[in-house]
Design a binder for this molecule. Structure first.
Ligand code: PXP
Length: 237
């Protein structure tokens, strides 16, 4: 049964709408922990549109569960990641104009290889956020990363039943290859209360990172209930 990483970026999105001090993502993380989150995930973007540097340092101090830091393969972020020393860094592609992380990392880039090396030399476990295709998975293996996080955006966006099944099969096949190659298997992006169960049931799925749908539900039911409900779905084998 996979663990649940709760991404709290959008708590900070609401705070940054007014550039004030509430709602505090660190308080949201504590509530998520209370409700059974196994990990807290944050994406420190280069444009600082939601999570701020101070948030990541405060989280590192206060978290009892694992901390997963998502960041781009750029020197500034690598320096911050090393200073924070999270339990895991997930390297993601980043474009300033995008609304969210739109596609997987282009693993062929030399900057990715360098980032993996720098982080691993500093004792940090590395995951790569990649599209669920054979080339990206094999290239990730060649970079000796410990884990890959499969981008579930195409699956989450497939509303037609036939396309939904097709995208689920793509994820299952990709997952099998990840396991055969001996890497840890993670997934995320666009997962919600309606579509998460089939992904949680993929053989060998170890970790799901979910943000937008949990933070959205928390507006109506509170963070603890929103996390509890997602945890129940993720654990329903
Ligand atoms: N995993 C990665 C690597 C991401 O970049 C994101 C979005 O920041 C997520 C998971 C969570 O996606 P969502 O907010 O759609 O649940």
């Amino acid at each position: 049964m996979p663990t649940l990483g709760v991404n709290i970026d959008h708590v900070a999105t609401v705070r940054q709408a007014r550039r004030t001090i509430e709602p505090d993502p660190v308080t949201a993380a504590a509530a998520a922990e209370n409700a059974g989150a196994d990990q807290i995930t944050v994406h420190l973007r280069e444009d600082r549109r939601h999570i701020q540097d101070e948030d990541v340092f405060r989280l590192r101090e206060s978290l009892r569960v694992r901390m997963n830091l998502e960041c781009a393969c750029v020197d500034e972020m690598l320096r911050i990641a090393i200073a924070i020393n999270p339990d895991q860094v997930c390297l993601v592609p980043e474009k300033r104009e995008e609304v969210t992380t739109e596609g997987g990392l282009d693993v062929r880039g030399k900057h990715v290889e360098r980032a993996v090396k720098v982080l691993q030399e500093n004792g940090i476990m590395v995951s790569l956020f990649i599209d669920p295709d054979e080339e990206s998975i094999s290239l990730s293996k060649s970079l000796a990363v410990e884990a890959v996080e499969l981008h579930t955006g195409a699956y989450a966006g497939a509303h037609d039943p036939a396309e939904h099944e097709k995208q689920l099969a793509v994820l299952s096949n990709a997952s099998q290859l990840v396991r055969e190659l001996g890497m840890h298997l993670h997934a995320g992006h666009g997962l919600n209360y309606e579509n998460v169960v089939p992904v949680a049931k993929i053989d060998g799925m170890e970790e799901l990172n979910i943000g937008h749908s949990i933070v959205s539900r928390s507006i109506f039911v509170g963070m603890e209930d929103a996390v509890r409900e997602m945890k129940r779905l993720v654990s329903s084998q």
